[in-house]
Ligand binder design. Sequence first.
Ligand SMILES: NC(=O)c1ccc[n+]([C@@H]2O[C@H](COP(=O)([O-])OP(=O)(O)OC[C@H]3O[C@@H](n4cnc5c(N)ncnc54)[C@H](OP(=O)(O)O)[C@@H]3O)[C@@H](O)[C@H]2O)c1
Length: 280
Amino acid sequence: MGHLILITGSSSGIGLATAVACAAAGHRVVATMRRPDKAGALLAAAAAAGASLEVEQLDVAAASAPDRVREILQKHGPAYALVNNAGIAVGGAFEEQADDDVRAQFETNVFGLMAVTRAVLPAMRGAGRGRIVNVSSVSGLVGLPGVSVYAATKHAVEGFSEALRWEVAPFGVHVCLVEPGTFKTEIFFENQRRGAHISPDGPYAAMTRTLEQLVLQDAAKAPPPAPVAAAILRLIDAPSPPFRTLIGRDARALVALRRVIPDRLFATGIRRLVSVPRSR
Ligand SMILES: NC(=O)c1ccc[n+]([C@@H]2O[C@H](COP(=O)([O-])OP(=O)(O)OC[C@H]3O[C@@H](n4cnc5c(N)ncnc54)[C@H](OP(=O)(O)O)[C@@H]3O)[C@@H](O)[C@H]2O)c1
């Protein structure tokens, strides 16, 4: 019998693919989602893979999330691994983002991740072993226009993970970061969220349209998230997992470019992307 793995945000995309990959590999998977009525796609994919898993309700941004996690663990047993996958992205220029959109991204991507992590840690520490896999993003390493707040949340996840890693290592708990590039998931389509205050004729309109188009074109051509799920499974199974896993050709290219070419040259490329008429 495999390990017990708790996954957040399993109703679609990377979370769904990870839940199925882990269950198919023989692990006991508790796939959590904020709306279990959306479990159909996950259950169908698990059945097609000949795997079984448990579905539990968990909204990571709810004030009750830590209590809910403890309830789930009491029912299913202590988790060997936690995959902090739940996440949202609200597109648009920072100046036009409503405060609620800024806060919602931090509540889900950062504070939710921290709350769930804190709820599983006592049992992992007690057992002297455990894995916490935080799904960050290439946006946690390189900030690009149009997703400034999302990039801030993922940079927060990076810094948090890097420091937490050393705090929990003495107790046998490994913290790992997964940094995907673009993979075709609902975050770009069904779950796509535009800032509530984006103005169609405001100062950022042309930039926002260009960036949105580029992102959507990119997402439509992107591969499905199976490689991210496989990478997360490897991190759970490896005796000594690496701290960082940058995944996707686009992500590797962007990070290499950012590191290797001078800032001035990088900035020239970005400026071309976001140029707006001077009169604005
Ligand atoms: N796809 C990419 O190219 C990419 C690249 C880099 C990083 N990522 C990261 O990968 C993770 C998964 O995203 P995805 O691409 O698979 O997108 P997705 O298909 O939209 O999946 C996001 C999942 O998070 C869930 N979620 C949102 N808010 C939640 C909350 N408060 N509590 C619990 N679950 C919540 C969603 O549930 P609902 O169904 O209820 O909305 C959904 O299951 C995110 O952290 C994202 O930032 C994705």
